[in-house]
Each structure stands twice: as C-alpha cells, then as structure tokens.
Design a protein around this ligand. Sequence first.
Ligand code: TXA
Ligand code: MG
Length: 319
Amino acid sequence: MSIISKNIQKAIALLTNEQLVAIPTETVYGLAGNIYSEKAIKSIFSTKKRPFFNPLIVHIHSVNSLVDIVTDIPEKAKLLANAFWPGSMTLVLKKNNTIPDIITAGKDTVAVRVPNHPLTLKLLKQLPFPLAAPSANPFGSISPTKPTHVESYFKNDIQMVLDGGSCKNGIESTIIGFENNEPIIYRLGALDLEDIEAVVGKISIKNKEEISPDAPGMLARHYAPTTRTFLVDDVSSEVKNHQGKKIGILVFKKSLNNETITEIILSEKGSLKEAASKLYDSLHELDHQKLDVIITEKFPNNGLGTSINDRLQRATFSL
Ligand code: TXA
Ligand code: MG
C-alpha cells in the first residue's frame, strides 16, 4: 500500500506520537519530526543516515513564532523575515535555550524558516510544536520534489508522505547567517540574490571551504545521482567522448536533436525559475533509466542560474 496520503489528521496523529512524516514545502520535501522529541529527531538522523554533526532546520508557521526559537534578532534578520516569509529562506540565529542540542549539533545557533506551502502551514498551525525537517532523501542523494521520490527512498522506513503535489521552487532554501549583525549567505538556494540585496543591501557568500563544517549541504559531493554524472560547458562535444554508451543529457533550453540520446530540456523558453523547479525531478528521472552516463551543462551564472550551478557542481564530476 502506498504511504502517500492527503490526510492531514493522520499526519498530526503520527507526529504527536513521535513518528516521522514527510511534508511538502515549496522548495523540497522534508522529513519531519517534533523538535522536542528526542526519539523523533534521532530517527530523522538514522532514517537519512545523516551524521549527527549536521544540524537541522526548524520549521515554524509564522514570523511571530520566531521569538520562541531564537534570541538576539538582528535588525536585518527582521527585515528579511518580513520580506520573505513564508518563503524559501532559512535564517541562522542565536538559539533560545529551549532548543535541544541534537537539533543544532551542539551549536549555539539554530536554522529556522517559515515554509510557503498551504498544507504544511495548516499542519504547523495545528501542532503544538515546531517541526525539524531536513530534505527527505538519504544523506548525499538527490533531494525529493515529488511524493513519489520520497516513497521510493523511504517506503520501508516511514509511515506517511503528506501529499502536497510537486514542489514549486524545486531547489532548497537560501540559508542566511549573521556575523556582527550583518547577513551572509551560507547556502545559495531558491531565492534570487538580487531580491535579497534589494532588502538588506550587498551581501557576501561564505566560501565553500570556510562553510563546510557549518553546513554539510555545502559538502563537495552532495545531491548526487547514482549514475555517473558530468557537468560541462559544451554537452555536444562531451557526448562524443562516450560513443557506444547509453547517454542521458540534461540541458537548459536547446535540444541536441540526437535521436539516440535520452534528453531532458529544463526550460525551452529559457526561464531559470522553471529550470530550477524541474532540476531534481529531471535528475531523478534520468537516474532511473539505467543509463551509463548523464551529462549536464553549466547554466548562465546569474540569478537562479548561480544556485543551479552550485547544485550541479555538487551532483557531478566537473570536467
Ligand atoms: O528548503 C529547505 O531548506 C529544505 C526544506 C525541507 O525546508 N530543507 C533542507 O534541509 O534543505 P537540509 O537538512 O537538507 O539542509 C539544511 C542545511 C544543512 O546544510 C545544515 O548544515 C544547515 O542547513 N544548517 C542547519 N543548522 C545550521 C546552523 N546552526 N548553522 C549553519 N548551518 C546550519
Ligand atoms: Mg539536504
């Protein structure tokens, strides 16, 4: 029997009973549990095979409940929260002492966001506790953007995926931390950098080497298909290096017009937003076709193209 269901009452009962439920968000599906239940949180880590040093994001239903989770909110954090929540932004702030150490991997900061999905907002409003939810995939694998992706990963491990359809942004939230009360990007994501800068001014991106102990979502190899996958400037010339192989290609907008190749075009009209929303689903699809190799192309390095390139670099062997 399928674990995919729209029954929100069942989700409430399971979560109240310290069980896990995969929940829809506008970015990717999350594997959710009560932040105050040690049992639930431990089972998030064991189900995902996620190392305990990698902290979780706390999901709340409104900007107003932020004060239950954190202390010392910088002025620019307030501006960002009011501008982007509910939405695809996670803030890393000084934690309140009621937040269990297992959520934050012992850090004195906690990651928090208000997701923008009607079903999950409804769920959060009805629960007397916030939900910790990492992306609902085994550690290092491609993140899920459809209920079926979660089901194929975890049908033997969890009892329910709350069915909220396909995730409309399709790429994880942008994570923003603070140093001396100034915001700094920890992880590129579903928000456009220009939109963030319109609210708080010029913002820098913490470099990968510095960030990796803090945000393992920034690990060099992450979000990866099981099929050998390459990221190149020119897909058509790379295809020539794999003669006689079963090849899958993932391109931005232009077809290679090669009948012998399995091809997915992310956005024929050249929309980066549309491409981001289809990125993981397309990688899942190619990964399930028993191909010998997947070849993807670099995106224009502006707006969401930068976030897409970040994920593709981690998902692939760059040439
Ligand atoms: O869009 C999203 O953010 C999704 C949905 C489900 O909300 N969640 C998600 O969670 O992507 P996860 O666990 O896959 O990625 C969370 C990232 C990790 O890289 C983690 O290291 C970082 O957030 N993180 C969590 N707490 C942190 C903290 N206190 N300081 C720095 N980074 C933190
Ligand atoms: Mg993840």
